[in-house]
Design a protein around this ligand. Sequence first.
Ligand code: IDE
Length: 606
Amino acid sequence: AAPLYRDASAPVEARVRDLLGRMTLREKAAQMAQIERTVASPRALTELGAGSVLNAGGSAPRDRASPADWAAMVDGMQRHALASRLGVPILYGTDAVHGHNNVYGATVFPHNVGIGATRDTELARRIGEATALEVRATGIHWTFAPCVAVCRDPRWGRCYESYSEDPEIVRSMTTIVSGLQGQPPADHPHGYPFLASVRENVLACAKHFVGDGGTDKGVNEGNAICSYEDLEAIHMTPYPDCIAQGVATVMASYSKWNGEPLHSSRYLLTDVLKGKLGFKGFVISDWEGIDRLCEPQQPRGSDYRYCIAQSVNAGMDMIMIPHRFEKFLEDIVFLVETGEIPMSRIDDAVERILRVKFISGVFEHPFSDQSLLDTVGCKEHRLLAREAVCKSLVLLKNGKDQKAPFLPLAKNAKRILVAGTHADDIGYQCGGWTIAWHGDSGKITLGTSILEAVQESMGVQTEVVYEKCPTEATIENGDFSYAVVVVGEVPYAEWTGDRTDLGIPFNGSELITRVASKIPTLVIVISGRPLVIESQVLEKIEALVAAWLPGSECTGITDCLFGDHDFIGTLPVTWYRSVDQLPINAGDANYDPLFPVGYGLKMFQS
Ligand SMILES: OC[C@@H]1[C@@H](O)[C@H](O)[C@@H](O)c2nc(CNc3ccccc3)cn21
């Protein structure tokens, strides 16, 4: 008879116990390893039985790989895993954090800060549903999303991955978990991982536990200095909501809390997350997250045994290694055999990993479903992304006085100027974590730029003049009804986004001033965070829109500019006056921002 763990009708916990009981120590240790796709060899998967594979940001089967290429790659790895002694399938994970952003042609949604601006929790769920389909279409089981960081300082290079500085807004947006994984039934056991449909849903990952958005001065992978009460009230708030929705995995933060690395915090990973909050899925490290535990005394990962012991004993269940798998195996087996890591801790970790694998359906359905291939970048998902862009825009100024609103723009103007570094650049409007890890400029994927959206919106009798950096002659003699100047930040990810100077890059303020001195001007800011807008610049322009990092579907912007839809977005983060004010958050004493959290104008008086 087939072994119990292969019996899909058996209770999950019985299958877990049966399989665990059959595994050697090396096989258990291998299940705790997540390796990068470039080292996911037949030896690693069949002989050694690695538990999971990921692709780093930007690591793809080939340039502009098709969904079918991705699915073939994952299915190929799965076949090797199923050929292992006990045939335990892998889980493949990827960063689909604003759509399936590593895949060319996938729908790219606004980054989290823009979704926070919508305050639309149902929209967040629908984005999760669409993203899950596009991820599944490529054969992938798991996304390292949502990031539920509560960003408290815009100098942090990842604040665009945070829905808001307000923990209540972040918590409300965790509905994306139910979109990604499906909605658990009312009687779902608390804290237990959940997946509705192996065909249409993917496992989610709440990250980065905990306090990633609260590091001192916004330094990435830095130190959150605060009381436990503040850590709980500000940064931990979204996690019970994710756990209540059956989130399958949680990723530990690179950062520290009062000097203690999260990756080796037994109190926070085990006593709080698994004990007090009752989380029964598994905790995964960040990329080489345990290697950093040796810093700064010695070079990263120099005493790897120490790193493994500190982290696994603290409650880490899976290690995103991602390259030195065999060293990991050797060391962790040594640590268990010498009693440094108790076998009970290994069994707990592997139990959690197997539990997620059984509830994920991957034992019964290990391979991709070809019928989903056409969902990648499909019209319906692009319309959803367009709706999200429209709802994410925040109107910060509309007319030099209330009685003369500047928006909606006239579609039948004779001649208009579109200018700025960000008017015609799909890469810029998508931001980081898009195709490449840190994003890029240019036509990096399919989509509609702001310029293209304007050109498509205007009547035939309107001449749209586009100059990225307009000359004085153009500005002086152009005879334009109005100008749309699109400026902002270049894409960045993680530490590459840490900045203390938060002015508009490429001398954006100077360009705005040159144009606005002669032509009635709307400014659109493409950025992962509020940027410094000097008061004399703000006075010169007719209108100002914060568009965040809208992604591939910028028709959503012209849907508002020309009045087909009103603006509904409101600031999810404080728009500060100057960097000298930082950190500045709603609720602070003497809170004196340029525009407060919650601010956002409408065109049509409701
Ligand atoms: O991509 C996997 C994780 C991601 O889920 C985390 O949110 C993020 O903190 C994270 N950082 C890295 C390391 N970054 C890296 C960038 C380029 C090449 C290789 C690694 C990997 N990851």
